[in-house]
Ligand binder design. Sequence first.
Ligand SMILES: NC(=O)c1ccc[n+]([C@@H]2O[C@H](COP(=O)([O-])OP(=O)(O)OC[C@H]3O[C@@H](n4cnc5c(N)ncnc54)[C@H](O)[C@@H]3O)[C@@H](O)[C@H]2O)c1
Ligand SMILES: [Zn+2]
Length: 354
Amino acid sequence: MDGIKVELHRDYRYTIDVKNGVLEELDKYNHTFFRYEKAVIITDANVAPLYLRNVSKQISQAGCKVHEIVIPAGESSKSLAKAEEIYHHFSEYNVTRSDLVVALGGGVVGDLAGFCASTYLRGVDFIQVPTTLLAQVDSSVGGKVGVNLSKGKNLVGSFYQPQAVIVDPSVIKTLPKRNFNEGMAEVIKYGCIFDEDLFSRIYHDDGSRAAGNLDEIIHRCCSIKKEVTEKDEREGGLRKILNFGHTLGHVLEAYFNYQKYSHGEAVAIGMYHITVKSEKKGISQIGTAEKIKNILIKNDLPYTMPYLEQDKVEEILFRDKKFSGDKITLVLLKEIGEAVLVKMDKNQLIEFII
Ligand SMILES: NC(=O)c1ccc[n+]([C@@H]2O[C@H](COP(=O)([O-])OP(=O)(O)OC[C@H]3O[C@@H](n4cnc5c(N)ncnc54)[C@H](O)[C@@H]3O)[C@@H](O)[C@H]2O)c1
Ligand SMILES: [Zn+2]
């Protein structure tokens, strides 16, 4: 499959390569690694024993001096405290602006390593090597990097584009099933908002990662995200469609203190529930919610809304950073493959949520 060429303003370009086994052939990128004196690979404690040695060896063979930073796995590593530790390591290794940061891992590693790369010395080059399905189809593409604060997720961050995104779908084989499923929720989201063909393809697959065409599916999702982010790098308009299912999803995650639902599970419920409501309001074609429900069931994802107390929902909802003034833009579907943006006030939004 051809590399996906992302072209943003200021003549900034990079390629997203999606290829089974590409992590075994990193020498293909020697022309890139040659440009740097040192590379600092940041990964987590689960990914390190699986893939770090091999990636590290290949980058050293390209003539780069390699340093490795292994962070604890999990969302709690996406913090300013961890970023500070990483800055100290960078300074210990004498990282300069002619060096490279490589993010090898899921969205946590990508967001944290990208954030450190974007802020250290006002910007050191970085490459994303995403290893979860969610990171391969979503977080590694689009240039958002950041960390969490105790008040909320992703509250500190920036837009910072990588030099390249290297995606090896074959590493998904070691991913725990629950993480795989939540990646599938984002894949289904792309089908819902942009690509009816992608949706029906997944609808007719057997719902397992052995379906054999994961590389094509990942490639398609990256192409959609590329197309949308190129048109709207800083989320002024179109890019908002990527938030389908997420307004309610974020409420569900926060309501249960990030314990009950994973991000993808919460988004799955959000996509279904919001579409049931928008069908009732005549915005979505009748039958759209049923299709979403069936595809979620097939992919072992939840779709039923738990009981929620309205006061608590309102409190979470109204601190959403996506509110501008009194309005929020909600993403709804006209039908599978076509999203619409609907601006509404707080009361109208509550009607969609509860
Ligand atoms: N920047 C963006 O645009 C964007 C978009 C969506 C999500 N995110 C962020 O991404 C993060 C979630 O990412 P995630 O779902 O990838 O979680 P994650 O990075 O925590 O990875 C999930 C788990 O899988 C393990 N893992 C990773 N790759 C593996 C592999 N190949 N085999 C076995 N285990 C593996 C990790 O160690 C971890 O335990 C959140 O912090 C979220 O805010 C960012
Ligand atoms: Zn998401």
